[in-house]
Design a protein around this ligand. Structure first.
Ligand code: SF4
Length: 175
């Protein structure tokens, strides 16, 4: 019997390749949980792209509450940390904890996250945090040139791709 897996979606472009990998032998439900994103209009824009992807892939999409104030309280004191530093580790744990809770509430067999597809996010760090959650599946979506494939698919699907990670403390690339 195929396992039911809840996939934390950090954004639609990053989810493209992981959806294909996981769907080969799991029943996948998408979980958009991104209270880290600022401002709220950007959250809505990324959610809209996630809805487009879910419709295209014919997959169910669950949307978590957006509570940026709660997220800010969680990373309080770490605002000046560089990207990939301690603030990001707390941010990963915040999203994984919410996904774990949703997976348990929904009776899923396990959960994982699209975060590992990005070359800007350390898979070992994410796996280390995931170990604290019993139902976490450590899937390294960087494998098989995963990031390049996610970029290719998101272009093919015409998905909105943001220019920064998500929070107001993210590094914004030069224009
Ligand atoms: S830079 Fe990205 S991963 Fe790091 S805290 Fe901000 S939103 Fe989270």
């Amino acid at each position: 019997m195929r396992e039911r897996v809840l996939l934390h979606v950090c954004c639609a472009p990053c989810a493209t390749h992981p959806v294909n990998v996981l769907s080969a032998d799991h029943d996948v439900t998408l979980f958009f949980s991104n209270s880290n994103i600022s401002p709220a209009a950007e959250f809505e824009r990324r959610l809209c792209a996630a809805r487009e992807l879910a419709a295209r892939m014919e997959l169910p999409l669950l949307v978590d509450d957006y509570d940026h104030d709660l997220w800010l309280a969680e990373v309080s004191g770490l605002e000046k940390e560089p990207e990939k530093g301690k603030r990001c580790h707390v941010c990963f744990r915040f999203s994984l904890a919410r996904t774990a809770a949703a997976a348990e509430a929904g009776g899923f067999d396990g959960f994982t996250t699209t975060l590992t597809v990005s070359p800007h996010k350390s898979s070992p760090v994410i796996f280390g945090i995931g170990e604290d959650f019993e139902e976490f599946k450590a899937v390294n979506f960087k494998k098989q040139d995963g990031f390049r494939e996610s970029v290719r698919l998101s272009r093919e699907y015409g998905l909105y791709r943001q220019g920064y990670c998500g929070c107001e403390f993210s590094a914004v690339p030069p224009s």
